[in-house]
Design a protein around this ligand. Structure first.
Ligand code: FAD
Ligand code: NAI
Length: 464
């Protein structure tokens, strides 16, 4: 008889947890995954990446059709109407298919789904709903949830978080978004395209913290042109709801005279925090970082042998692909292999139009670390972008001044989210800017802008 019920128990079936469970099972380990939601896939598949991208895609098509963006190509629409219920239904279908797909993969790989909330009893024992199970290894992959804003109550009707903003039953006349980060701009884009006036209130002096400064500035310019009202260096001091309206009190971040914005909906999107409530980590002796994440080493081990942590609940970028890669690596480490994630090369993408993407160091950080060279190329000079009449944005390559090794790539452009994969791969292989510049890129493609930006690092692009 085995000493424990399972070799591996994963807590949480988001992109981190479900991938860890599948890989562990593939490696021959007896694996279970505890998940309290009705469906698998975590935040990403249920109320994050997938439904947001479904609405971004659909709203982009609506805007193109409804606001005459296609007229210049000779494509005219008459009487375009919006059926928001159908748009939501199609989004729900995508979510259902994908979450159902994970259930299928669990069955195929013989991962047992333990339905219910997990709570540690001791370092090898966990209660899940009304069951108690033991495991030799336990992976904490409980993800994150919305950071609340003190004094602002989320009722999911007038004042919503991202989950509520993915399901608004009608287009608000005026949506006030608190937080000019990824969620604010993506979901703000959805509702602006569908007809809302959108005001983004951002505490810092620029949107999209963590992105390259020049790209942030360029994004700001483009979003303003699209009709976003961006209130930078501004803080929200309170929100009062009366019936189906809200009053949002704002004032300059540094203090000063305040004003009140009237809104039909308020989206709170000021970041996310790790899910540790109810896990009873004390019973296992697992320690947290100062920021409330589960502390881990390079191999994803917590301070307690046999307990591991990955994804949003652990330090690092809160991104699905980071969680997935950590899921594979932790399972391989548990199986005695060498699972590694290179946290220096994790791409970030904002799925607005144009998309904003980056990988590696920003110009600001790279400059602090040493001497660098920077090459840029605007989509205005890229033949495919010009042909498509879609020339907003640029590509920027940052390389070490001496070795020419690429340290970071940042871009804003309609296909930036897809193009950034090439940059990440080049960096993972230790490429120099010259390596990218001398790689043959198909013509006419947006990717040629990356090649030319790399050529510009040493001052020799062809098309500008
Ligand atoms: P999660 O996906 O949060 O999954 C954790 C799971 O654990 C949850 O299902 C939860 O129910 C379960 N759980 C928690 N506690 C317990 C417990 N005690 N017992 C049992 N189960 C428990 N990232 C991207 O890379 N690209 C995107 O386009 C993108 N879009 C996003 C859009 C929105 C609106 C949001 C909110 C997030 C988005 N993200 C995106 C971020 C992405 O969703 C997260 O980084 C990712 O889901 C983290 O994966 P995870 O496995 O760590 O945790
Ligand atoms: P974020 O960290 O991206 O942005 C939050 C913004 O709110 C910041 O700009 C911050 O300065 C601002 N802010 C904080 N407190 C404020 C206050 N009191 N008043 C006004 N502004 C304030 O967080 P966001 O947008 O909530 O997203 C959470 C996480 O979800 C992201 O960090 C990202 O990792 C993930 N995500 C990823 C997506 C993607 O990859 N495309 C899409 C959506 C979410």
């Amino acid at each position: 008889m085995a000493e424990h019920d399972y070799d591996v128990l994963v807590i949480g079936a988001g992109p981190g947890g479900y991938v860890a469970a599948i890989r562990a099972a593939q490696l021959g380990l007896r694996t279970a995954c505890a998940e309290s939601r009705e469906t698998l896939g975590g935040t990403c598949l249920n109320v994050g990446c997938i439904p947001s991208k479904a609405l971004l895609h659909a709203s982009e098509m609506y805007e193109e059709a409804a606001h005459g963006a296609l007229a210049k190509f000779g494509i005219d629409f008459q009487g375009v109407t919006l059926d928001l219920d159908r748009m939501h239904a199609e989004k729900a279908k995508a979510v259902k298919e994908l979450t159902g797909g994970i259930e299928f993969l669990f069955k195929k790989n013989k991962v047992e789904w333990l339905k219910g909330r997990a709570s540690f009893q001791d370092k090898n024992t966990v209660s899940v709903g009304d069951r108690t199970v033991t495991a030799k290894n336990i992976v904490i992959a409980t993800g994150s949830s919305v950071t609340p804003l003190p004094g602002v109550e989320i009722d999911q009707k007038v004042v919503v978080d991202s989950t509520g903003a993915l399901a608004l039953p009608k287009v608000p006349e005026h949506l006030v978004v608190i937080g000019g980060g990824v969620i604010g701009l993506e979901l703000g884009s959805v509702w602006r395209r569908l007809g809302a006036k959108v005001t983004v209130v951002e505490y810092l002096d620029q949107i999209l913290p963590g992105f390259d400064g020049e790209v942030r500035k360029e994004a700001n310019k483009i979003f303003k042109k699209q009709g976003f009202e961006l209130r930078l260096s501004t803080k929200v001091t309170g929100v009062t709801v009366q019936g189906d309206k809200a009053s949002v009190q704002v004032e300059p971040a540094q203090g000063g005279e305040g004003e009140t914005l009237q809104a039909d909906a308020v989206l709170v999107a000021i970041g996310r925090r790790p899910n540790i409530d109810g896990l009873n980590l004390e019973a296992a002796g697992v320690e947290l970082t100062k920021r409330g994440q589960v502390g881990i080493d390079h191999d994803f081990r917590t301070n307690v042998p046999g307990i591991w942590a990955i994804g949003d609940v652990a330090p690092g970028l809160m991104l699905a692909h980071k969680a997935e890669d950590e899921g594979i690596a932790v399972a391989e480490n548990i199986a005695g292999q060498t699972g590694i994630v290179n946290h220096d090369v994790i791409p970030s993408v904002v799925y607005t139009h144009p998309e904003v993407a980056g990988v590696g160091l920003t110009e600001e950080v790279a400059r602090e670390k040493g001497e660098i060279k920077v090459g840029k190329f605007p989509f205005m000079a890229n033949s495919r972008a010009k042909t498509n009449r879609d020339t907003d944005g640029l590509v920027k390559v940052i390389a070490d001044a001496k070795s020419d090794r690429v340290l970071g790539v940042w871009m804003i452009g309609s296909l930036a989210g897809t193009m950034i994969a090439q940059a990440a791969q080049a960096m993972e292989f230790g490429a120099t800017s010259e390596d990218i510049a001398y790689t043959c890129h198909a013509h006419p493609t947006h990717s040629e802008a990356l090649k030319e930006a790399a050529m510009a690092v040493t001052g020799k692009p062809i098309h500008i």
